[in-house]
Design a protein around this ligand. Structure first.
Ligand code: PEP
Ligand code: MG
Length: 324
């Protein structure tokens, strides 16, 4: 499939109406790194650091992690890599950590909640990231931030880590960008001060959709019931886009929907300009974007909303069938 899109691999994701999107890839294992070249990705929009913890039988050491993070940045050759701090809990359980017996793990003690309550591992990881950067620019985001204080506490940990590394004489990153994943509806309604305090936001569409519709992303029976192109969900996402524009907050979307061509085109039509997806999706998504007029598609989406359609998908499919 990669070969099919080889001719556009080095071309920009510029739409018919002249908007250029940034298409980045999701990664987490060393085996993903060669895809940086093959896919034509603009960088790594989501590096799931927990995968390195999940493939081991014991807690990795700081030196081992910093070495690994350095290799990821080497492979990116100056393109941005967004490292997400540990997202464990819920469906991701570490074999060497005491399991917490929770009735609803997806709504439980996970991600940044663990990181802030038991900061030892998070501190070790932040240090490993700073050391891995070796003075290069560093971009980090915290998963599953549900309220402003959690991001502030994460940033305070980062400030402390930087100070420790400075005192120890390690080079500090040339620039540091610190962002939050928007995966809970609550964060969409956080105060403007929150939006202004983050260096960027990344919508974790998998979790955000699960919590928006109250439908378990792991449960086949209910997962397919709610369309990502449901008007309520798109309206919600549009609200986030507008708040980010109003507060000058860079916004991206990671999560599986970014890698589905029709969904990706609709996300672009409602204003997303940065999408992160599995490497094999970059070709197909770029291909549809390069053949789409986002203003026209936006009119189709808006008209479906005014008509009271449940999902814009039928109208969008009809439009795309005619156009493509
Ligand atoms: C998401 O929730 O959309 C996301 C990108 O993170 P993960 O799938 O790892 O939970
Ligand atoms: Mg998530």
């Amino acid at each position: 499939a990669q070969e099919r899109y080889a001719s556009i691999r080095d071309k920009p994701a510029t739409t018919l109406c002249g908007r250029t999107l940034s298409l980045t890839m999701n990664a987490g294992l060393m085996a993903d790194l060669p895809s940086l070249e093959g896919s034509g990705a603009d960088g790594v929009g989501l590096f799931r650091t927990e995968l390195q913890f999940l493939v081991r039988s014991k807690m990795p050491k700081r030196a081992e992690l910093s070495e690994l993070y350095a290799r990821v940045m080497d492979a990116a050759k100056g393109r941005q890599v967004v490292f997400r701090t540990l997202d464990i809990g819920s469906d991701k359980v570490l074999p060497y950590m005491k399991p917490t017996d929770e009735p609803n793990p997806a709504l439980g003690w996970r991600a940044i909640r663990v990181g802030l309550d038991k900061p030892g591992v998070m501190r070790m990881q932040l240090q490993a990231l700073i050391r891995g950067a070796k003075g290069r620019p560093l971009t980090i985001m915290f998963p599953f931030v549900a309220q402003r204080e959690e991001f502030d506490a994460g940033r305070a940990e980062m400030d402390k880590a930087m100070e420790r590394e400075r005192i120890l004489g390690h080079p500090l990153p040339e620039t540091l960008r610190l962002g939050a994943m928007l995966e809970t509806p609550s964060l969409a309604y956080a105060p403007d001060q929150f939006y202004r305090s983050v260096d960027f936001l990344s919508i974790g569409g998998n979790d955000l959709k699960q919590f928006f519709f109250a439908a378990d992303r792991e449960n086949e029976r209910v997962r397919r019931r709610y369309d990502t192109l449901n008007v309520s969900f798109l309206t919600f996402l549009q609200g986030i886009v507008e708040r980010c524009i109003a507060t000058d907050t860079p916004l991206s979307f990671c999560g599986e929907d970014a890698g589905r061509p029709v969904e990706a085109a609709c996300l672009a039509a409602i204003g997303l300009r940065s999408l992160s997806m599995r490497p094999a999706s970059i070709g197909p998504v770029k291909s549809i974007l390069r053949r789409t007029d986002l203003d026209e598609l936006r009119s189709v989406i808006d008209a479906a909303g005014r008509r009271g359609d449940q999902s814009v998908r039928p109208a969008v499919m009809e439009y795309l069938r005619e156009k493509l």
